[in-house]
Design a protein around this ligand. Structure first.
Ligand code: ADP
Length: 444
């Protein structure tokens, strides 16, 4: 039996063939050699097949080419062939070599088959894994989307609750406060000659006035939120308003040893705006600059003509610059939100003009509402928040030269008083003196 002779020959030459360098380089070789002996001995290919199967699977798993495996098999085959051809007599050698060939043909075929099968399995597993991951991420996206829309609904509900709260609280507080202020006025008149009572009453009066200005802010914000704002549009000289605002703040500026000035506002054209609202905007920005700048600080109003960054229409950019504590980048947009106070609120004190004297966080929300009602924009510029180095802040208000009010904002133009009725048909009930137009009407 040629196979039995081959098995014997292989067994006898194990150390010669497998002990060489090649065996050290590849530990697969001794196993392969042993399994070849097994096949030659009893025609059982099971061990050989499983060795090849696992070697092929390993190649696929590590991404190595199957060629390496085939080269190793070929090297072993050539080695054995050379030894047999050189050492065995030609006649028995022929039988051994053809038996060897049979085994190696099986090995090569198995190697390729196992490799292809392992590759297919890997691809199928990859495809299954990919589609599993895809389904998983799709499920997550849907979950997130549902969560985001739930959160958005909740935010809208909270925003509405805020708006309702501001409106209800302001209206409910206004009447009793007016009553208190009325009685305090009477008491002050009665107690004029009583200095002790006067000190107390003046304290009550100051508290009442402060509360009154907070309630007025809440009413303004509620009017903005509920689209009940009416802008009385006229030609407004911004320099005059800036100077007026500074003059009226002189007591607060003196208390804080601060200075404020107007720079380069002489050549500005008048803008079409609600003068009282522009006054309110600049007053709020100055009051904030005073609060968030330490003593000895300086505040500047300046302005220049520039095209609006959003509409490209002519606009005036008013800048209120201070050398105060500045604003952290993450707060720069948020400070325009209702009830938002920037930075560490523990650093805040209370009071209208005191350093870091934060209020209820409504001032900038009103500024934004009023500016946008005119079709303008407001934003803050600052290098960051730093109580020691004081990088300062600049609030920029970009106002269109020709007002571009939002559609829902009602406007009045005092000079249009004598317009025909056709234009005034939507006049609101409370409009007595000036004509009231919706923006759409105004644009037609
Ligand atoms: P508040 O009543 O707290 O002053 P505002 O709406 O006027 O409310 O301002 C909101 C926040 O914006 C303030 O709490 C403050 O952190 C920040 N801020 C406003 N103006 C300035 C400024 N000029 N410099 C630095 N921070 C400012």
């Amino acid at each position: 039996m040629t196979n039995a002779q081959l098995a014997q020959w292989l067994q006898d030459h194990t150390s010669t063939i497998v002990a060489g360098d090649i065996a050290h380089e590849n530990p697969l070789l001794p196993a392969l050699y042993e399994s070849i002996i097994d096949v030659a001995h009893n025609n059982d290919t099971r061990m050989l097949d499983s060795i090849i199967d696992s070697a092929a699977a390993h190649k696929v798993a590590t991404g190595e080419p199957v060629g390496d495996l085939l080269t190793l098999i070929n090297t072993l085959r050539r080695d054995l062939w050379d030894h047999i051809a050189a050492e065995v007599d030609p006649e028995p050698a022929f039988g051994l070599l053809s038996a060897l060939d049979g085994i190696f043909t099986h090995i090569s075929r198995m190697t390729i088959e196992c490799y292809l099968e392992a590759q297919q399995l890997a691809q199928a597993a990859r495809a299954t894994e990919i589609s599993r991951r895809y389904a998983e991420s799709e499920r997550k996206v849907l979950e997130y989307a549902a969560e985001v829309s739930r959160a958005n609904r909740e935010l809208a509900r909270l925003e509405q609750a805020k708006t309702d709260f501001i409106s209800i609280a302001a209206h409910e507080l206004k009447t009793p406060l007016t009553l208190i202020q009325g009685y305090v006025d009477i008491l002050i008149a009665i107690q004029k000659g009583n200095p002790q009572a006067m000190t107390l009453l003046e304290g009550v009066e100051r508290g009442g006035n402060r509360m009154g200005s907070i309630i007025d802010n809440m009413l303004d914000l509620s009017a903005i939120d509920m689209n009940q704002l009416i802008l009385v549009l006229e030609n407004v000289n911004l320099k005059t308003i800036a100077e007026l605002v500074i003059t009226q703040a002189r007591k607060a500026l003196a208390e804080r040893h601060q200075t404020a000035s107007v720079e380069g506002m002489d050549d500005l054209p008048p803008i079409e705006a609600d003068g009282n609202r522009m006054y309110q905007i600049l007053k709020q920005l100055l009051s904030n600059a005073i609060k968030y700048t330490p003593d000895e600080g300086h505040i500047t109003f300046s302005a220049q003509l520039a095209a609006s960054r959003s509409t490209n229409q002519p606009a005036v950019e008013i800048r209120v610059r201070d050398n105060g504590v500045g604003i952290a980048p993450e707060d720069r947009d948020k400070i325009f939100g209702k009830f938002y106070r920037g930075g560490d609120t523990a650093l805040h004190s209370t009071g209208e003009t005191k350093f870091m004297g934060a209020g209820p966080g409504l001032g900038l929300a009103i500024v934004k509402g009023l500016v946008e009602a005119h079709g303008g924009r407001v934003w803050a510029e600052s290098q960051g928040f730093d109580m020691t180095n004081r990088p300062g802040s600049t609030f920029v208000v970009s106002m269109p030269v020709q007002a571009l009010p939002r559609p829902e904002v009602r406007i009045q133009r005092p000079h249009n008083l004598n317009q025909p009725d056709a234009i005034t048909k939507d006049r609101p009930a409370d409009s007595t003196e000036a004509e009231t137009l919706t923006t759409q009407e105004n644009q037609t």
